[in-house]
Design a binder for this molecule. Structure first.
Ligand code: CA
Length: 237
């Protein structure tokens, strides 16, 4: 595929020039095409112009803050967002994930960690459409997922999901009723191997329930999560 030949484009939105330049230099050295924006409005504009494969977004920005930037760029087009935060605050994290960030790094972070997260996010967004897997999923009584088109409808009404929410829903929905641990989900959906970030899974499950209904994903206490089985008894599939 031609996508393997052209470099992935990453937009870095960060007002601290030292960090922005260090992040950009490291990502360029890894073969990415990188553009930097230093404030919120510039970031939104650059995102619309570049249609990047991924956005690295600072939470604390002058003008429009990172949460609002995230909301604005996700509204136009789903794009994976890695949020940078200086505040190790549960509230900011939950809000960030709710508005469409797919992952986060708390400053200070190593450039090796940054590259690992970026690559994991890109791998994930590229492999959701699995060869041979069905392109249309039914979850519960009235949820339908068109995997190729990345569209979700509940009772016929379209629901907008972030890229991570969509990938998590597809992963669970392909294994109806099967209980998956947070560690399995982190490894398979997020591409992490070290088992950290359980609350990232919880936040995204909360977001899915908020958007799609609490019955879509079942909590198995002490174990993990399972998607509702498709309720088709007595009806045509
Ligand atoms: Ca900042």
């Amino acid at each position: 595929m031609s996508s393997d030949l052209s470099p992935r484009t990453i937009l870095v939105i960060e007002d601290e020039t030292t960090i922005a330049q260090a992040v950009a230099a490291r990502l360029r050295s890894e073969g990415f095409a990188v553009e930097v924006a230093t404030d919120g409005p510039g970031g939104v504009e650059a995102c619309a112009r570049l249609a990047p494969d991924l956005v690295v977004l600072d939470l604390m920005l002058p003008g429009i803050d990172g949460l609002e930037v995230c909301r604005l760029i996700q509204r136009d087009r789903p794009v994976p967002v890695l949020m940078l935060t200086a505040r190790d605050s549960e509230d900011d994290l939950v809000v960030g994930l709710a508005v469409g960030a797919d992952d986060y790094l708390t400053k200070p972070f190593s450039s090796r960690e940054l590259v690992a997260r970026v690559r994991a996010l890109l791998r994930r967004s590229e492999r959701t459409a699995v060869a041979g897997a069905p392109d249309l999923l039914g979850i519960g009584p009235d949820l339908r997922v068109d995997v190729a088109a990345r569209r979700v409808t509940r009772a016929g009404a379209e629901v907008h999901l972030t890229p991570t929410e969509f990938d998590l829903l597809v992963f669970l929905g392909r294994r109806p009723g099967q209980v998956l641990t947070r560690e399995q989900l982190l490894a398979q959906v997020w591409g992490y191997r070290d088992g950290s970030g359980a609350r990232t899974v919880d936040s995204h499950v909360r977001a899915l329930r908020h958007k799609l209904g609490s019955d879509v994903v079942r909590t198995v206490h002490g174990v993990g999560y399972a998607a509702a089985e498709r309720a088709t008894a007595g009806s045509a599939a």
